[in-house]
Design a protein around this ligand. Structure first.
Ligand SMILES: [Zn+2]
Length: 73
């Protein structure tokens, strides 16, 4: 089950939320106020779950992976 969240509302559960426009992900804790997307300023988010996470870009993970590869060389 997926729920949409809009900028300015408090999130109901801790977890990872994804921007519905660009796929940017945000880690938020229960009760945090949802900010506009830091990447594209879109205001609609969805909570990321096992079933919908494929459509969100895990940008932070990609960068971490590339960084460690470069450092090893
Ligand atoms: Zn975005």
């Amino acid at each position: 089950m997926t729920e949409k969240y809009t900028c300015g509302n408090n999130v109901e559960e801790s977890g990872t939320y994804g921007c519905l426009n660009c796929g940017q992900t945000l880690e938020l804790n229960e009760g945090d106020k949802l900010p506009p997307c830091p990447r594209c300023t879109n205001q609609s988010f969805e909570k990321i779950t096992e079933s919908n996470r494929d459509k969100f870009v895990q940008l932070d993970n990609e960068y971490t992976k590339n960084d460690s590869n470069n450092n090893n060389n």
